[in-house]
Design a protein around this ligand. Structure first.
Ligand code: ASP
Length: 596
């Protein structure tokens, strides 16, 4: 037996026991006659003590130890003189009697401690060392527990976990595919699944009834903090259900996860239509940990988010507002104290190219109720009082106003400003969770790039029955039976009720611009299957990485993935992707044009 105990479990009650531990040297403290070694394994850290009573040979051995050496140590548990209150094993130490060096270690490139001195690149290159750090390891433990509880819940609800293939053909989820050349079928390629969408629908045709899979999906997109080229979904599908059944089932799953993992009872999830989310928060994934909802001060452009015309509260006078199609504002409570400099910072923030506002108008409500604004010279105090009233602003509040000629664009800019103010005002506490469903998404969104309507969710999503007549007259306003679960401004999951008859599916493909031949060629397998008695069905998929990072309070999903890729999609540890030998390329019938 290598060990009788772990480095995380011994306490005062074990004093006097003879134990054997194994682990890595975190640190060595040489105090002349005494040597202390912190021994670490997955479970914790235990102090090994080499005292005057130890044999000369033993003390010499201890003197030679370096960081990350692998040891096996046997000795007796003793109470420590100077106790370390910061760790659970801090009241005891092991008086070592036998020491076995199981392996030496090169000097690690960074210290493997809570606060590592390794930069991101170094940590990723030596990820196996990074993973020895408790902070990172804890994320993997959380992820394990999370996946385990998902399986437990879904199993109890009668779901079957079924694997679907990884070598498939393209499944359209709106991203680029990763492809794999086929040696046996020269010139042909598999695609890696962007999701098992069509396969899980075929499983419903097969009568599986309730399916789930914790599954790797692949999307060749530009990367951000919350995106990886390969990521994990909790993919689910159910037969003979309506939207309500799915919302209930998965609200139940989230409640279970919050309860058993975080010890939190979450309230019933409120539901917000996509239109309200866009109108009031400028986002289909609103962070509802705080209010600060938008107030429309002018809207001449009815759209899917708001069909209402709002007359401007401002009389003509200020060119920017006069010419704007939309004026929207937020009220930051108690922030009238903002200095000129802070306002300038906010203005620079909204003018950054990523946000793209032209400028920022502000108004402070002073203690006497008067309003002082950056547009004072254009408006009377009466107009500014109307603004104050509209905004429901009190003395001490700061009103921030954006305007422009495209309502949706301004809403998105205002959304960024709202989130920024939320952060500055400390309203986005990572330990507070606000969950909701966003429902009634539009079926389509216009793509400037493709100059056509694109499926907002995916082409298998069914329209709301009452909106079906609009498919012929005004497809852009058709709403879908689609829903997202949003937590703290993060879309953790989303899905839809699917189309289950070949005719409607054919029609949707047409609206998306597929000719019947193209639709047949790409999705013939699915439409064909629908001819054989497809049950009504629907489902959703959660992003496991995102959900776990939220639970762990992480800023990036990378920290809950054992071996993540960097922002250029590289695995710097494996040095992937890499070049192939010519022989391998020949076998695959591939020619590579060398890059200069
Ligand atoms: N396949 C969808 C996605 O990956 C989820 C779903 O509709 O079930 O977003």
């Amino acid at each position: 037996m290598y060990r009788t105990r772990t480095c995380g479990e011994l306490r005062l009650t074990n004093v006097g026991e003879r134990v054997t531990l194994a682990g890595w040297v975190q640190s060595v403290h040489n105090l002349g006659a005494l040597t202390f070694v912190d021994l670490r394994d997955r479970y914790g850290i235990t102090q090994l003590a080499f005292t005057e009573d130890a044999s000369e040979e033993l003390r010499q051995k201890a003197g030679k130890l370096g960081r990350e050496y692998v040891l096996q140590a046997t000795g007796v548990v003793a109470e420590r003189y100077s106790k370390n209150k910061n760790i659970p094993t801090g009241e005891i130490e092991i008086l070592v009697e036998e020491l076995n060096i199981l392996n030496e270690s090169a000097i690690p490139p960074f210290t493997i401690e809570e606060n590592s001195d390794g930069g991101d690149d170094l940590r990723m290159k030596y990820r196996y060392l990074d993973l020895r750090r408790p902070v990172v390891r804890q994320n993997l433990e959380l992820r394990h527990k999370f996946a385990f509880e998902v399986r437990r819940y879904l199993d109890e609800q009668g779901f079957l976990e079924i694997e679907t293939p990884v070598l498939v053909n393209s499944t359209p989820e709106g991203a680029r595919d990763f492809v794999v050349p086929s040696r046996m079928n020269p010139g042909q390629f598999y695609a890696l699944p962007q999701s098992p969408q069509t396969l899980k629908q075929l499983l419903m045709v097969a009568g599986v009834d309730r399916y789930f899979q914790i599954v790797k999906c692949f999307r060749d997109e530009d990367l951000r903090a919350d995106r990886q080229p390969e990521f994990t979904q909790i993919d689910c599908e159910m037969s003979f259900v309506e939207q309500e059944d799915i919302l209930q089932m998965f609200e139940g799953m989230s409640r279970h996860l919050f309860k058993v993992i975080k010890g939190i009872d979450i309230p019933a999830l409120p539901r917000m239509t996509w239109a309200d989310a866009m109108k009031n928060y400028g986002s289909d994934k609103p962070d509802t940990r705080f209010g600060m909802e938008f107030v429309e001060l002018k809207n001449n452009q009815p759209d899917n988010a708001s069909r209402e015309i709002v007359e401007s509260i401002f009389p003509d006078g200020f060119g920017v507002f006069d010419g704007a199609v939309y004026i929207g504002a937020i009220c930051a409570e108690g922030q009238a104290v903002y200095t000129r400099k802070q306002i300038d910072q906010l203005t620079d923030f909204v003018k950054r190219p990523q946000i793209g506002a032209k400028g920022l108008v502000y108004a402070r409500v002073e203690e006497d109720g008067n309003v002082k604004s950056s547009v004072d010279k254009f408006y009377t105090q009466e107009t500014l009082q109307v603004l104050k009233q509209k905004m429901n602003a009190k003395p001490g509040d700061l009103i921030l106003i954006l305007s422009g000629d495209d309502a949706m664009k301004v809403r998105k800019q205002l959304c960024e400003l709202r989130l920024e103010m939320g952060s500055r005002m400390g309203l986005r506490d990572k330990n507070k969770f606000s969950c909701l469903w966003v429902i009634d998404f539009p079926m389509y969104e216009w793509s400037d790039e493709e100059q056509r309507l694109m499926a907002m969710h995916h082409p298998f999503t069914s329209p709301k029955p009452e909106d079906i007549p609009l498919l012929d007259t005004d497809p852009a306003s058709v709403r879908a039976n689609a829903y997202d679960m949003v937590i703290n401004g993060v879309e953790v999951g989303g899905g839809s009720i699917r189309i289950h008859d070949a005719k409607t599916q054919q029609k949707i493909f047409e609206i998306l611009g597929f000719t019947p031949e193209q639709a047949q060629q790409k999705f013939g397998f699915l439409m064909n299957a629908f001819k054989f008695g497809a049950p009504p069905h629907g489902g959703l998929a959660y992003g496991l990485d995102r959900f776990v990072s939220l639970f762990a309070g992480l800023d990036s999903i990378r920290d809950c993935i054992a071996f993540p890729k960097n922002n250029s999609g590289r695995d710097v540890m494996l040095d992937a992707p890499g070049f192939l030998e010519q022989a391998q390329l020949d076998e695959l019938n591939l020619q590579v044009v060398p890059q200069e």
